[in-house]
Design a protein around this ligand. Structure first.
Ligand SMILES: [Zn+2]
Length: 314
């Protein structure tokens, strides 16, 4: 019997799950810390995979969710913001040589998109956009049932399009990107700025606010908090109208913590979409919805990727 392994590498924790050939019900699941004294993150990763390795069955391949930008053609992790010692790491080759099975590597947003497309809310769709809105804004695009990656695997970065040329700095170092005005971090910064300008609000002035704090206040009717989500949703809807013009998907899926704020964000997004699309046809067969797989979207995307790659290789 062939078993597939999927691994999700984060800056604080690494998770792994094993799956039978055709199901998405894991046979086993393990989680360890990325850092531990006297060892390195790469050795921890080997340890995690060895621990979940099945005793009696054959492993057909390992799918890996990389913790940063990758060159997916060559399986190289270019950088990992939360694991600084990993730069230009040939992660695919390292793992293939160590474990002697095929390894497939993908970035977290692309694999979450793939997971939702194959096993989640995006099943039965051939053209899909996935946007994860949390501390940053990540994205994955599937066109004609294939992940869109570009020449070196660096494409489909929808969070890093310019919506305010002279706007605030983005996590990537550039200015005015969608992520810099509409991510959870951006929502908190904007509210903090308004509090510093003494705008009236029920939110406390003396502690760091999260997007979640602000969403709770918005639901309780706080005007500043509501405005913060309306503003972020407007920028996202504005950008999304452009994405519809470019990709013409039949489903747009929102993942990430900030998308849990529901209608606070979705209403302004939908309002802006209606105003900005150049023809109502773009919206006719379009489903705009929240993700279905939650935290497991990445793991299941890695599973979908490694199944696809190994079946192609055979
Ligand atoms: Zn950026």
């Amino acid at each position: 019997v062939s078993i597939y392994l999927a691994v999700d590498i984060g800056g604080t924790q690494m998770r792994a799950a094993s799956y039978p050939a055709e199901s998405i019900q894991p046979l086993s699941y393990l989680r360890i810390t990325t850092y531990s004294s006297g060892t390195t993150p790469l050795l921890r990763l080997y340890e995690l995979i060895s621990s979940i390795w099945p005793k009696d069955d054959k492993v057909a391949g390992i799918g890996v969710v990389a913790p940063g930008p990758i060159n997916s053609r060559e399986g190289i992790l270019l950088a990992a913001p939360n694991i600084p010692e990993w730069r230009n790491l040939a992660l695919q080759k390292e793992l293939e040589e160590h474990f002697n099975v095929p390894v497939a590597l993908g970035n977290d947003a692309n694999l979450a998109a793939l997971g939702e497309w194959k096993y989640g809310i995006g099943r039965d769709h051939h053209h899909l956009i996935y946007l994860t809105i949390s501390t940053g804004i990540g994205s994955g695009i599937i066109i004609d049932d294939e992940i869109l990656e570009g020449a070196a695997g660096l494409g489909a970065e929808l969070g890093h399009i310019t919506v305010l040329p002279e706007g605030p700095f983005c996590g990537c170092g550039q200015r005015g990107h969608l992520e810099a005005v509409a991510s959870g971090t951006a929502i908190s910064h904007w509210v903090q700025e308004k509090i510093n300008e003494h705008v009236v609000t029920s939110l406390p002035a003396n502690r760091k606010l999260t997007a979640k704090d602000i969403s709770i206040a918005a639901r309780e009717g706080d005007r500043l908090a509501k405005e913060a989500f309306e503003r972020a949703g407007k920028f996202i809807g504005w950008a999304l109208a452009d994405f519809l013009h470019i990709f013409n998907p039949t489903i747009v899926i929102f993942g990430g913590g900030v998308s849990q704020s529901g209608s606070l964000l979705l209403n302004p997004i939908n309002d802006e979409l209606k105003k900005r699309v150049m023809s109502p046809q773009y919206l006719e067969n379009l489903l705009v919805t929240n993700a279905a797989l939650g935290d497991n979207a990445g793991l299941l995307g890695a599973l979908a990727l490694v199944r696809k790659v190994t079946i192609k290789e055979m």
